[in-house]
Design a protein around this ligand. Structure first.
Ligand code: NAP
Length: 254
């Protein structure tokens, strides 16, 4: 695989921890020359990711960007300008539930943050990066949706689920639009990953319940996600277009 990734640049949003960090490191280990490590509040985590990327032999560039509001998305796109024409792999991974809120508790500010971070940033970052890929006639975009897009999510995660359904729909629409230009767009759809995301938003009781309902009998890991994202970037996935790959140990079957 190393040869096909050689000399390539990847941008991974939300690479300060979790799935994004694992994917940034996997891309470096696969042979990418440069990995752009995006982060927001996780400065220390981003530095740890960058160190691992460099240990794998790639150059790491830390790029800050707050993506849960329009001003932050616009500022990040400015930050990207020196790199945006040269990105071969775009992993639109940054995302969050922000907080669990049922219908009566979901305020407008939180609604907007969830949609801006999980859906709007995916669209406008892709809009900034795609022209460089189109000019070169090649590139791969991997979005990160969620099992919640399929099942409506756990308690208080309805708007999060809607934002991830938007990502799955964008994946198909963009795939159709960009495939003729030589760009493949797909998504991964994690189930329940045993990482900081659920440490913050779920209880051990909820997670144990998920394990009981999962045929494979365990939660997913960051590396389970990263390896499928890497596969989608590789030539082995050359005929896969517009798919959202469910990765959840059998907890949800399409
Ligand atoms: P995580 O550990 O919470 O990491 C989330 C990443 O997103 C962090 O790098 C974080 O950056 C970034 N991020 C969060 N808020 C941000 C903001 N306002 N602006 C810019 N970046 C922000 O979660 P994860 O599990 O790795 O999640 C990665 C993706 O997978 C997300 O899109 C998530 O929705 C999706 N997903 C996760 C699960 C799961 O079970 N964990 C399931 C389905 C889908 P900073 O730390 O630097 O702020």
């Amino acid at each position: 695989m190393a040869q096909e990734f050689q000399g390539k640049t990847a941008l991974v949003t939300g690479a300060s921890r979790g799935i994004g960090a694992a994917t940034a490191i996997a891309l470096a280990q696969a042979g990418c020359a440069q990995v752009l490590v995006h982060y927001a509040s996780g400065t220390e985590g981003a530095k740890v990711t960058a160190k691992a990327v460099e240990a794998a032999g790639a150059k790491a560039v830390l790029l800050h960007g707050e993506l849960a509001n329009e001003a932050g998305i616009t500022a990040f796109i400015e930050t990207l300008k020196p790199y945006s024409g040269h990105i071969d792999f775009l992993i639109n991974n940054a995302g969050s539930l922000q907080k669990r809120a049922k219908l009566e508790d979901m305020d407008l500010a939180t609604y907007n943050q969830v949609m801006d971070l999980n859906a709007k940033s995916v669209w406008f970052i892709t809009q900034a990066i795609a022209p460089g890929m189109i000019a070169r006639g090649s590139g791969v975009i991997v979005n990160v949706s969620s099992i919640a897009a399929r099942n409506g999510g756990g308690p208080g995660a309805t708007i999060y689920s809607a934002s991830k359904a938007a990502v799955a729909a964008m994946t198909k629409g963009l795939a159709k639009e960009l495939a003729p230009a030589g760009i493949r767009v797909n998504a991964i759809s994690p189930g329940t990953v045993d990482n900081d995301f659920h440490a913050r938003f779920s209880t051990r009781e909820i997670l144990d319940g998920v394990v009981r309902m999962t045929p494979q009998g365990r939660l997913s890991t960051n590396e389970d996600m990263a390896e499928v994202a890497l596969f989608l970037c590789s030539n082995a996935a050359r005929n896969i277009i517009g798919q959202t790959i469910e990765i959840n140990g059998g907890a949800f079957m399409v």
